[in-house]
Design a protein around this ligand. Structure first.
Ligand SMILES: CNc1ncnc2c1ncn2[C@@H]1O[C@H](COP(=O)(O)O)[C@@H](O)[C@H]1O
Ligand SMILES: [Zn+2]
Length: 348
């Protein structure tokens, strides 16, 4: 008899490549943060979008602002990063690329450099604790902050890439997709690419960004976040699709995030289907497991039930995600071996 679905998906070894640190904070951790800062008067339901609920993308970005109020010291960041890593490990994630936008806060003395150092500290501690998860970090640029901050962030990321024992592997471009324009960020992104940082860019997360997407695809990025409106059936274009195919740029696909943020009308219409049929490298991810109250096991299960994937097909999907990681080849090899070793147990 096949084992229970919940158990299969949790035991399935997984790779998580698209997880924003402050969007990934669990309910338990939010409770701890709220009790640390009662004066903020923040209630738990302000930081999470529950089952069956939807919000506009605008409202989602309001939620991040509230979480940022709760996470504004080194101590908070350390706790949040430590908890998030533990939770991914408990969910069967064997390789995780966390991303986060370094912030400074004059009132708590937090600097962007300390911010990154603190996330790195949490990653190192998780290693020392013997957790069965390899964690890397992508420094994020919030597109809202414009050219100068983007360049400054790239410089920081560059510095850490060289002095973090390989933990900082790349750069993420994220933030409210309707704010700012990618062309202002091109020089910073180009610089990042030239110095060896891998690039994961949120692209075409909302409709009508053909021009920006076209421009950013020419870099080209090493991975694409969402890419919801790339293909012609939803107002994108064949030209954009061809660019993605030609450069074989993997997509990071986050089903629940897109449904709850209402950029995709329902699971069955998620663009996973389009790219899966093309056999294009696509990686199932969570985006913001805390805010959207999900986890990676659930996302795999949802993809399988929505698109009728067999367990063998799900296995292949999680295994092929290894090809898309930013860590070097020896790490890929280790992960491939891990998948081989675990398979009999998962299918037992
Ligand atoms: C829902 N779709 C999304 N689209 C674009 N950017 C998103 C996002 N979800 C999260 N972020 C980005 O991640 C930040 C929170 O984590 P960090 O403070 O960086 O760890 C948000 O402020 C936003 O910039
Ligand atoms: Zn994202």
């Amino acid at each position: 008899m096949e084992k229970e679905a919940d158990v299969f998906y949790r035991e399935l070894p997984k790779v998580e490549l698209h997880a924003h640190l402050n969007g990934s904070v669990s309910s338990q951790t939010i409770e701890k943060l709220i009790s640390r800062k009662p004066h903020l008067d923040i209630e738990h339901d302000m930081t999470v979008i529950g089952k069956g609920q939807r919000r506009t993308l605008d409202e989602c970005f309001q939620v991040f602002k509230i979480i940022h109020q709760l996470v504004d010291t080194e101590e908070d960041i350390l706790m949040v990063a430590t908890d998030v890593i533990r939770e991914f490990a408990a969910d069967g994630v064997k390789y995780l690329e966390l991303r986060s936008t370094p912030r400074e806060d004059k009132s708590t003395g937090l600097t962007k450099k300390r911010y990154i150092e603190t996330v790195i500290k949490a990653i190192q501690q998780s290693k020392n604790d013997g957790l069965d998860i390899d964690v890397r970090f992508l420094v994020a640029i919030d597109r809202r902050n414009g050219t100068e901050v983007a360049v400054e962030t790239v410089k920081l990321a560059e510095e850490f890439m060289l002095h973090s024992d390989g933990l900082v592997v790349g750069l993420d471009l994220s933030g409210d997709p309707r704010v700012g324009h990618g062309k202002d960020l091109l020089p910073a992104l180009q610089r990042a690419k030239n110095c060896g940082l891998k690039l994961s860019l949120h692209l075409s997360e909302v409709a009508s960004q053909l021009e920006e997407t076209d421009l950013l695809l020419d870099l080209p990025p090493d991975r694409i976040g969402h890419g919801t409106f790339l293909h012609p059936q939803v107002g994108g274009s064949q030209r954009l699709v061809d660019k993605v195919l030609k450069n074989n740029i993997p997509l990071e696909l986050c089903l629940t995030s897109n449904i709850k943020g209402q950029t995709v009308p329902c699971y069955a219409e998620h663009h996973f289907k389009y790219w899966y049929l093309l056999q294009h490298p696509s990686v199932i991810c969570t985006d913001d497991k805390g805010v959207f109250s999900t986890d990676l096991s659930q996302e795999y299960q949802l993809a399988a039930s929505t698109f009728g994937l067999s367990r063998e097909a799900v296995w292949t999907l999680s295994q092929q995600a290894i090809d898309c990681i930013f860590a070097p080849d020896d790490v890929k090899q280790q992960l491939r071996q891990k998948w081989i070793d675990l398979k009999p147990q998962v299918f037992k």
